[in-house]
Design a protein around this ligand. Sequence first.
Ligand code: NAG
Ligand code: NAG
Length: 408
Amino acid sequence: ARVSAVLSCASLQMKNMDKEVKRSRLAEQLYKHYASTAIPKGIHCLSLRLTDEYSSNAHARKQLPPPELLPLLSDNSFQHYILASDNILAASVVVSSTVRSSSVPEKVVFHVITDKKTYPGMHSWFALNSVSPAIVEVKGVHQFDWLTRENVPVLEAIENHRGVRNHYHGDHGTVSSASDNPRVLASKLQARSPKYISLLNHLRIYLPELFPSLNKVVFLDDDIVVQRDLSPLWEIDLEGKVNGAVETCRGEDNWVMSKRFRTYFNFSHPVIDRSLDPDECAWAYGMNIFDLEAWRKTNIRDTYHFWLKENLKAGLTLWKFGTLPPALIAFRGHVHGIDPSWHMLGLGYQESTDIESVKKAAVIHYNGQCKPWLDIAFKNLQPFWTKHVNYSNDFIRNCHILEPLYDR
Ligand SMILES: *[C@@H]1O[C@H](CO)[C@@H](O)[C@H](O)[C@H]1NC(C)=O
Ligand SMILES: *[C@@H]1O[C@H](CO)[C@@H](O)[C@H](O)[C@H]1NC(C)=O
C-alpha cells in the first residue's frame, strides 16, 4: 500500500480517532512524507528524462525563442511575465494557464528562470512544447552576468551561515517537539526545505538588474494557476509605487486575511520592536506587478540586504524563515494594494476552501503545504491545477504522472 494514500491532507481533519494517537501518528507520517517525497518521483523523473533529451535531441536544444524573435524579449510593448522555478511540471502549468487565459497571447512573453541543474530539462520542455503565439525564454541563474558574489553578497553569507545549516539540516529535535500539531509540523518541514534558502527564491529582489531594459513585469510563483486574462494588470495605475500586490489584512477569509507585521516578525526582539509597527498590513508574493522603472529609483535592494544581515547578526531570531519578511520591510511605502480578486491565496491549507471563490479568482495560489502536484493535495482543489497538465504528453506518461481519479 502506498504510504502516501494515508497522507491525504483531508486526513488531517479526521475526527474519530483518539486525538493524541492520531496527532502523533500523522505527525510521524507527515515527517516521513516530507523527508522522502519533497520532490515526487514523477516530477524528478520528468526532469531527468528531459535533461537526457537535451543532450540527445537537437530540437530540445534549439534556441528559445528563435533568433528572429529575440528583440521581443526587451520590447516594452509586450506583456512580460517572470517565473522562477525548479519544478518543470509546475512551470508548465503556470505558462500554459497564463497563455490559455490571455486575450492577447501573441503579446505574452515568458521569462522562465531556473537553477543550473534544472536548466537543460526546463529548456527541453519549452523547446518541445510550444505555447505559440506566446514567446518563452528559459534562463539558468548561471547565465546572468549580474548575479555575482559581489552583487549578491548576503545570499552567499546566508547559505554558508552555520546557523542556517543547523536550522535546515540538523537539530531534528525542534521538529519533533512540534509534532503535537501536524499542521505546524508540516509548515516547519516546509521551512526546512533547501528551496527556502535557494537563490531562486530571493531572485525577485533583483528583477530591475536582471531585466535592465524592461519597465513593467508580472512576477508569478510556480504554485499558482492563472484563470483570467491578466492584461489589465498592466493598466493599473500604481500611483508611483513599485509593487502592485494583494494586501492580506482586509477581507473575509479569516485564515488568509489576518496577516499583519506581527504575524511575520518577532516583536519581542528590540530591533524589530523599535523599527516596525505590528499593525502594519502585510501583502502577498505569488502574483505581483512590478514597476521596474520606479523600482530603479529606490533603495529597496539595499534595505533588503541590510535586514538580511541584521537577521543573521541576531542569530535568525528577527523572523521565521522565508523571503517575504525582508521584502515586507524593503518594500515599505512602495506597495500599491490591488483588488483581492486578482489573487486568491490560501489554497492547500485546508479542504474547506470556498470553491465558488476559487472559480472566480483571476489567479489561485496553492501557497499551503498541500501542493497540487503532491499526493497529499486536496482532491477538491487539485482539478483547477491538473486541467492544465497535458497527460497525453509522452514525457509525462513515461514518468507515470497520471491524472488523478476523482470518485464522484
Ligand atoms: C524573539 O526575540 C527574543 C529576544 O531576542 C528571543 O529571546 C526569542 O528567542 C526570539 N524568538 C524567536 C522565535 O526567535
Ligand atoms: C499534449 O501533448 C500531445 C503529445 O505530445 C500533443 O500532441 C498535444 O498537442 C498536447 N496538447 C496540448 C493542449 O498542448
